[in-house]
Design a protein around this ligand. Structure first.
Ligand code: AMP
Length: 221
């Protein structure tokens, strides 16, 4: 049987979602699709879409559902998604969740949780490659050469919204935004909650085995 696995990753900023998504993407050969990354890239390129969404990104506001849904629909129709995908940062509203259910209903939604103190420590040490988007942590996942990306050699930067003064605000916003979506998937029996208090090398195997268990249940492993 051809395996197709449509995953949604949900979790507060700093829970390590991007890191787990990279690992799952490699292990199962499915793309990691982050709507935030897509929008940032479009803004950087100055494309028409970039110009449309820049206003919202700069203010930390949600991009309107119609725009996001179209972007995701187009991305999921690309060839590299035929064996599935990992969505990260989408859906972010109930309307987006309902739209997704219509064109690419997820098989499994992984809900990552961690204590606030853990999240604050992770976010304030996070560094992101200014060119390829690879993620590091000054303490837990340092690059080989400080301030430089291992993969492409570009400088690492602190994301604007990882500054300590805005972290608490982002966490509160996350809870408010995502609790209806978490309930939505819980009601549909698609939600699995994974504790991410431990470091990535311990969490990743749990994530992989959760997905494998799911695939085995469907006779796809
Ligand atoms: P993120 O990197 O996921 O925090 O996303 C960065 C920004 O992109 C957000 O603050 C929003 O402005 C926009 N964005 C990303 N994903 C979505 C989405 N699913 N719906 C609306 N806006 C989004």
């Amino acid at each position: 049987m051809k395996r197709r696995m449509k995953l949604v990753f949900i979790g507060p900023p700093g829970v390590g979602k991007g890191t787990y998504a990279q690992a799952v993407s490699q292990r199962f050969q499915i793309p990691h699709i982050s709507t935030g990354d897509i929008f940032r890239e479009e803004v950087k390129r100055g494309s028409e879409l970039g110009r449309k969404v820049q206003y919202y990104l700069e203010r930390g506001l949600l991009v309107p559902d119609e725009i996001v849904v179209e972007v995701v629909k187009a991305r999921l129709s690309q060839d590299d998604c035929r064996r599935g995908f990992i969505l990260d940062g989408f859906p972010r509203t109930l309307a987006q969740a309902e739209a997704l259910e219509g064109f690419a209903p997820p098989d499994l939604v992984l809900n990552f949780v961690a204590d606030d103190s853990v999240i604050v420590e992770r976010l304030s040490g996070r560094r992101v490659c200014s060119k390829c988007g690879a993620i590091y942590h000054v303490k837990y996942m340092p690059p080989r050469f400080p301030g430089t990306c291992d993969k492409c050699g570009a400088p690492l930067v602190v994301r604007k919204d990882d500054r300590p003064e805005v972290i608490a605000e982002r966490l509160a916003l996350y809870r408010e935004q995502f609790s209806p979506i978490i309930s939505y998937y819980e009601r549909r029996g698609k939600l699995v909650t994974i504790s991410a208090n431990a470091q990535a090398p311990e969490v990743i195997p749990v994530v992989i085995s959760t997905i494998e268990r799911f695939l085995r249940g469907r006779g796809q492993l």
